[in-house]
Design a protein around this ligand. Structure first.
Ligand SMILES: [Zn+2]
Ligand SMILES: [Zn+2]
Length: 507
């Protein structure tokens, strides 16, 4: 059982092309998209599929010149345009039939006095459940001149309707997830399990909390290997750019191959010091020495892991592409700048400490996907209280589960892939593009928010008519019922007596 805390983030620029084309990036396709004198077509006309449209007020005004009932002219002085957050209403009077009309751009939802225009509640909630920060949404609408609720109103909508709706929907989804996982791993759930080890990227704050928590402090802490090797790569990249290190780049690949190989070869805790020495033996190997005497630095290892000494390779030469391939790498000289760089890196005490604590079996990679979801809903640059953080994490869980579920039932498939150019140009990385996931929980939350509004309204209604908020009314009704059935008197005393005797028995 492993847990993951902390995070890492990268910035990638990506070109996506369809799966059936080869794995070659088509960099030119982007720039040539607009250059030819093709006319830009707006968008194809289609049957209306959406529920709401952006309508310009100027295009709306001509529609209110004549009465819709009798066709008479509308009195322009009676016209009154009213904006209610995202909705628009117009009141007018007909000069012929004298009737007052009112037209609304949206329909109202809710009951009694709690009715609101649909989007005034749904817009903030939809923004929240898609991880759109209100300031961004509001600014976007401001630029275009689109009517929206005020930020205060939007925050209230989340507070009173959004948050409890998320709680309710989450509970259903959580129950579903538990039932499903129980079906897959019945023993695990029934017998329970103990967390023996955790693998983290060693975020110091998270680690401190885990160490200080009496319930969690006994869990063995291990490090994620990816996060341990990453700083070394950065040092290599820096070194490879220096003129004083001309051969370093040629050793990059074999260094990291060696590092990964040794890490996965010695997963046991007791073998880690040996693994560390093997990793460090790279300083010997890269200078062309593959055997040496044990000393202060090498107490356990006195030769390389490989069998054939590379300098004096025997047997047939490897043929690549029909040509005899000479070794591309020159040895690194022991007094050179690059040697010093590799040496300092490997004999760094901090590196030794983290490498010894590395896990060879588990990593944080599986959690990174969930983690990117949590960043989507709760970006680090925005502060939010524990109350909202909790809701945002619930949404991340539902989002993540939906994606995983979509993959299981085959709804989400790979639609394309692209090459990622990498520094060092060693490995080619392919980024997979998956089809969009479906997120029914979002619409469920909006639905729940309306149910909540109705529930609140019925409570508010009772308050408005002065109904007592304790159970005195129910008690009186029971008494009234008894009275009608002629059960008055005596009975209460009996109950009291029984109650007394119960107490004395217990004592
Ligand atoms: Zn009329
Ligand atoms: Zn060697």
């Amino acid at each position: 059982m492993t847990t993951y805390m902390g995070e890492c983030r990268g910035h990638l620029s990506i070109t996506v092309h369809l799966k059936d084309s080869s794995y070659r990036p088509q960099l030119s396709s982007q720039s040539s998209q607009i250059e030819e004198d093709e006319e830009e077509i707006e968008e194809e006309e289609e049957k209306t599929a959406a529920d709401f449209f952006l309508v310009a007020k100027a295009n709306l005004e001509p529609l209110f010149r004549r009465c819709q009932d009798c066709g008479g002219l509308i009195d322009p002085i009676s016209m009154e345009w009213i904006q209610i957050a995202s909705a628009l209403s117009v009141k007018f009077q007909c000069t012929e039939c004298k009737v007052h009309f009112r037209w609304d751009s949206q329909s109202k939802k809710g009951t009694g006095k709690s009715q609101v225009f649909q989007l005034n509640q749904e817009l903030p909630i939809a923004a929240f459940v898609t991880g759109t920060p209100f300031p961004r949404l509001l600014e976007c609408c401001e630029v275009l001149g689109i009517a929206t609720p005020k930020e205060r109103t939007m925050r209230n909508a989340i507070r009173f309707y959004g948050s409890p709706a998320i709680d309710r929907v989450y509970e259903e989804w959580e129950t579903d997830a538990r039932v499903t996982s129980k079906a897959f791993a019945p023993q695990l759930i029934d017998d329970g399990f103990t967390v023996r080890m955790r693998v983290t990227d060693s975020n110091s704050m998270v680690d401190k909390r885990l160490r200080e928590n009496p319930k969690l402090k006994d869990i063995e802490a291990q490090r994620d290997f990816w996060h341990v090797q990453k700083p070394l790569r950065k040092k290599w990249w820096k070194g490879m750019k220096m003129e004083s290190c001309p051969t370093l780049a040629k050793w990059y690949k074999s260094f990291f191959n060696h590092l990964y190989h040794i890490n996965s070869k010695y997963p046991k805790r007791e073998d880690r010091p040996l693994a560390l020495e093997y990793v460090r033996s790279f300083v010997k190997h890269c200078t062309g020495k593959h055997k040496w005497k044990k000393d202060e630095e090498f107490k356990l290892v006195d030769k390389c892991t490989h069998t054939v000494s590379r300098g004096l390779r025997k047997g047939p030469k490897r043929k690549i592409g029909g040509r005899n391939q000479k070794s591309l790498k020159e040895c690194i000289k022991e007094d050179s700048e690059e040697y010093k760089l590799i040496y300092d890196m490997l004999f760094d005490e901090q590196f030794a400490k983290v490498f010894l604590a590395c896990s060879a079996e588990a990593g944080t990679a599986l959690c990174e996907s969930f983690h990117s979801m949590s960043l989507l809903y709760s970006p680090k640059r925005f502060h939010c209280s524990a109350h909202y953080f909790n809701r945002k994490m619930k949404m991340s869980v539902m989002h993540h589960n939906s994606l995983v579920f979509g993959k299981i039932i085959g709804e989400r498939v790979e639609v394309g892939d692209c090459l990622l150019p990498r520094k060092g140009r060693v490995a080619i990385s392919v980024k997979r593009k998956m089809s969009k996931g479906t997120h029914p929980w979002r619409t469920e939350i909006i639905g729940q928010s309306w149910k909540l509004r109705d529930e609140y309204e019925s409570n508010r209604f009772l308050k408005r008519i002065g109904a007592p908020d304790d159970d005195i009314f129910d008690v009186l009704m029971v008494e009234y019922g008894k009275m009608l059935r002629g059960e008055e008197g005596g009975h209460d005393e009996d109950e009291e007596y029984e109650w007394d005797s119960d107490i004395s028995e217990e004592m």
